[in-house]
Design a protein around this ligand. Sequence first.
Ligand SMILES: Nc1ncnc2c1ncn2[C@@H]1O[C@H](COP(=O)(O)OP(=O)(O)OP(=O)(O)O)[C@@H](O)[C@H]1O
Length: 339
Amino acid sequence: MIRLEHVTKVYGKGKNTTPALSDLDLSIEKGEIFGVIGHSGAGKSTLIRCINLLERPTSGHIWIDGVDLTKLGKGALQARRRKIGMIFQHFNLLSSATVYDNIAFPLRLAKTPEKNIRTRVDELLKLVGLEAHAQKYPAQLSGGQKQRVGIARALSSDPDVLLCDEATSALDPQTTDSILKLLLDINQRFNLTIVLITHEMNVIQSICDRVAVIHQGGIVEQGPVAEVFLKPQHPITRDFITRESSHSELLDAVLAGPHSESSLAVKISFLGDKTYESIMSRTVRETGVDFAILQGTISTLKSVPYGQLIVRFDGAPDAIQQTLDKLTAKGLNVEVMES
Ligand SMILES: Nc1ncnc2c1ncn2[C@@H]1O[C@H](COP(=O)(O)OP(=O)(O)OP(=O)(O)O)[C@@H](O)[C@H]1O
């Protein structure tokens, strides 16, 4: 549905230029929630703003439903943009307008009759759970409520794509969860394609179907979220995932602590039903190695259970290797740790 082809963006002119995106290709399917994650300055905002041409690429093409946006004239681009909603980290609401008027704003711009506006705004207020706040001003709302207004406003012209620019970065964890749930609900109810950028892996983990990791203006890794979590290939991806799984200094200390020469620290990841099976105990019974649990976590990737166990195996090297092979053959992801 959305395709970025050889997109390059360089800010500035002459000697004073900053490269932001370099020959970037990306495909996003209709109805999916696609996350782009990267560190500060990686090019996330530039990328998402290129999708609706808020930022025009220096070169390359942006295709949406087979139409190259970079080739559209002003009027046609404006019409297409109306079908691409966007929400922002700092909400970008009109402070002097009520919640109702903020949501009505794009409809008034499009010269929609007031009667139709009322029906649509009432629907949207209900959808985002703000029926009781229609006449309030943004300053009277919490961050989460402001973002709900942002979402309602973005949906007012019934878009087929919603772009989310760090939409939860200014919110506390609990409010973040409620906004992510709302986005997931909207995606499922209306088959709306959602593209979000974030620097937080938990956002990707909670609602995304696929993820791309951006670094220095290029995509270094992408795939279904479960696949990328289980087998991260690029060091930047590993870094994001490790931090998310609370790979703490405490764990580093435990890994470096006293242990026998014959032991080996291993990270084992489980997905789906395997999370509940007693694969570990059955395997070590077969191979005769001992193990100590150093850390264990369980969470979900969207709604799929996902577990991670860091253990230290103790036994003959052959028996440990056999254990690792058996765990891998049983579908677990096994990664030997450094110390
Ligand atoms: N308007 C601009 N003019 C000049 N350089 C810019 C502009 N906007 C972004 N850049 C530069 O482009 C690069 C990518 O910036 P971008 O904002 O896209 O990254 P980001 O991943 O969104 O970062 P952050 O998470 O900090 O917002 C950075 O080097 C940044 O300094």
